[in-house]
Design a protein around this ligand. Structure first.
Ligand code: NFS
Ligand code: SF4
Length: 681
């Protein structure tokens, strides 16, 4: 055999088998098409390219040019003292903690910068510098004004000379809210105001540990500084700053982004939508909005529905314009408009492989560079829109999006897509796979659904947790990861939880995996849930997995948890709730920031896929055990999805026992007196 032949054979052996890398049928079909079309995707590279073992352990340090210093864990583990050191003497725990800290910093920065963009647009809207955005939800505006300490009324003197409070003019109020929101980024001392919405007991924990964020930007910058060569060399102290930065994300950047988006675009309420690549239409101009910020996609929604644009599409031979989302942008337009979702993170290249996408419009985060290469094999236009995120490849177009000319920019983009319709190449194939789903469970929507319009409350949820119909609450969130079977981790973990009557709150790519598998349809309750949860879901008419939105909307999970604490009977702090968090297929640094703000908020949080901390047993022990003594929450890692779910359920059982809810499962309704008694206990 010649050398070339042996190489070929080796390659053939490693060829991708679509059925082994994803449980999603549409993805399998498109992978086969990609193979047929000779297009390489992330799935192919995951077969042929191995991850670096030392990096995966978190013990490769490259923060100065005397390194990289690589400190792999010896085979068989450490016996006796751990004497591994970098050139400067950095220990494995310092190195792993610094690497971890940098992930928290970048993840928090991503959400924080997204939030800043929202605030800037919000201020432009409030100043009426742009007519394209407006206040949609005045109730939410009031709520935000309240927690930002912006007065909502002014004293006005009546004809009788008596001064009475009157509501302030909407845009004037919005101006102050915008400025005050922006100040949460720039503030250098004190406490960011959005974080003060946490349950008082939680706030006390944070104050005792001195981790209440002082300002969103400050905490991220300080965290980065501390990871510079020769600064913070105490992993515990580094993690303290990780907590400040992560809390500044969850209870700051992300929360403010979500809230201001709700004011401008409306607070989500459950709506019907459809998901998977089958939402694309062969006879339509297909536009995919991919990325994260709804500022742009909201405008594209408007532009793509304008009669002149539809007329233009017809002129070009299309029956209409189909706008669908990809990744977290999909969640944003789904929960507010019910627009279709094409797929989650690992499907972005495959959407292009259909050959039916005229334009993929991207902004920031989770956009694979390879989409430009894939697009080259079809007619798809990749349009970048954010000055922060360009793709160097020659075949992408940049149409910069500015909030002052938002709708006009959006029209430009849609027009380009329409003009691209006649350029389709032969061989278009759209998988015949899509599922109906219900999504848009904001904290307000959950309240409404459980208690009805006039007596909306979380009490019925608490009652059902107390009486045991619902065992507990899980937040299952996060990405896909090409190193693990696409969607499989999410679905296995979630189905195990449902069987044990654990209701699931979900966002991001995880929620999309659920949607594709039918778990976001109310009818799925009787198929997948234990009898208690099934009964509750059927009575209330909700699916057992509540899709709460995009990844920034994980702040909605924090607020829902806060509402549960407030409703009473389940302890005084988030850490006392029978609840757990999970990211079975995580890959991005944002996921680490999210994981850490869940932990710092008192939640036991399990990750799948490996965590780059295993190279330092000491640091790992700190995250996986000791943090619980400080925060009531802790990290964990479990690769096997069944064991992963089991660990969450065990934790939930432990919390139920601590609340005295493990005694029998008699279905008694708990009245106010009993709840007070439980509270006092
Ligand atoms: Ni969040 Fe992961 Fe990306 Fe959204 Fe999907 S990959 S951390 S879920 S799209 S941000
Ligand atoms: Fe090596 Fe220390 Fe430099 Fe890291 S900081 S690369 S451990 S010398």
């Amino acid at each position: 055999m010649s050398l070339d032949e042996s190489k070929l054979k080796k390659k053939a052996k490693k060829a991708l088998n679509p059925k082994e890398v994803t449980v999603d049928v549409a993805t399998q079909q498109m992978l086969e098409k990609a193979q047929h079309d000779g297009v390489e995707t992330i799935f192919d590279r995951a077969v042929t390219m191995k991850a670096c073992n030392i990096g995966a352990q978190g013990t490769c340090c490259k923060v100065c040019s005397q390194g990289p210093c690589r400190l792999p864990l010896p085979k068989g583990g450490i016996e006796g003292d751990d004497t591994r050191k970098g050139l400067c003497g950095a220990t494995p725990e310092t190195i792993a903690a610094r690497n971890f800290a940098r992930m928290v910093a970048v993840g928090s920065a991503a959400h924080g910068d997204h939030g800043r963009g929202v605030v800037e647009t919000f201020i432009a809207m409030a100043n009426r510098e742009t007519e394209d955005y407006s206040v949609h939800d005045t109730e939410k505006l009031m709520e935000v004004a309240q927690y930002l300490n912006v007065p909502t009324t002014i004293m006005v003197e009546g004809e009788d000379g008596v001064k009475r409070p009157e509501m302030r003019e909407t845009y004037e109020l919005a101006r102050d809210v915008g400025q005050k929101a922006l100040a949460q980024w720039t503030s250098q001392e004190g406490e960011i105001l959005s974080a003060l919405q946490a349950p008082p007991a939680r706030l006390e924990v944070w104050r005792d540990l001195d981790v209440v964020p002082r300002g969103i930007d400050r905490e991220i910058v300080e965290l980065l500084h501390r990871t510079h060569m020769g600064v913070d060399q105490d992993y515990r102290n580094l993690v303290k700053q990780c907590s400040r930065a992560a809390l500044a994300d969850g209870w700051g950047g992300s929360m403010l982004a979500t809230d201001l988006q709700d004011i401008m675009f409306g607070t989500p309420y459950p709506m019907q939508g459809e998901i998977n690549l089958g939402v694309l239409k062969e006879d339509h101009v297909n536009i995919l909005v991919h990325g994260h910020e709804p500022l742009l996609s909201e405008m594209i929604v408007v532009a793509s529905q304008e009669p002149e644009m539809l007329e233009y599409a017809k002129q070009k031979g299309a029956k209409g314009i189909l706008l669908a989302g990809m990744c977290c942008t999909a969640n944003e337009i789904l929960v507010r408009h019910g627009l279709p979702t094409a797929g989650n993170y690992l499907q972005q290249e495959l959407a292009i492989v259909t050959g039916a996408v005229e334009a993929m419009v991207v902004d920031v985060q989770c956009i694979m560079e390879n989409i430009a290469n894939v697009a080259e094999c079809y007619h798809t236009k990749i349009i970048t829109t954010n000055p922060r995120a360009m793709i160097e490849s020659g075949n992408t177009t940049h149409i910069e999006f500015d909030e002052h000319s938002a709708l006009e920019d959006a029209r430009k983009i849609v027009r380009q897509a329409v003009e691209n319709f006649p350029n389709r190449r032969p061989g278009v194939m759209i998988p015949n796979a899509k599922e109906p789903m219900v999504a848009g469970f904001s904290k307000e929507a959950i309240k409404y659904h459980l208690g009805g319009a006039f007596r909306g409350s979380y009490t019925p949820l608490n009652d059902n947790i107390i009486n045991g119909r619902i065992r507990g609450i899980a937040g299952v969130v996060g990405c896909n990861n090409a190193r693990t079977m696409h969607d499989s981790g999410h679905l296995t973990v979630i189905k195990e939880l449902l069987k044990q009557d654990v209701i699931v709150l979900s966002t991001g790519c995880s929620a999309m995996a659920c949607g594709k598998a039918g778990l976001l349809a109310p009818e799925s309750a009787k198929v997948y849930c234990g009898p208690g949860l099934a009964e509750v879901c059927e009575t209330v008419g909700i699916p057992p997995v509540l899709h709460m939105g995009a990844c920034v909307d994980n702040s909605r999970i924090l607020m829902a948890a806060t509402e549960v604490v407030k409703a009473g009977g389940l302890g005084k702090d988030i850490s006392e709730l029978p609840a757990a968090g999970s990211a079975p297929e995580w890959m991005s640094e944002k996921a680490i920031a999210i994981g850490h703000y869940f932990v710092a908020s008192g939640v036991y949080t399990v990750f799948g896929n490996g965590l780059p901390v295993t190279g330092s047993p000491k640091f790992q022990k700190f995250l996986f055990e000791e943090l619980e003594n400080l925060y009531g929450g802790k990290w964990d890692l479990e690769l096997d999805p069944y064991a992963h779910a089991r660990k969450m359920i065990e934790h939930i059982n432990k919390k139920r026992a601590a609340l005295g809810l493990d005694k029998g499962k008699e279905r008694v309704l708990v009245d106010m007196a009993a709840r007070r008694e439980l509270d006092a206990a």
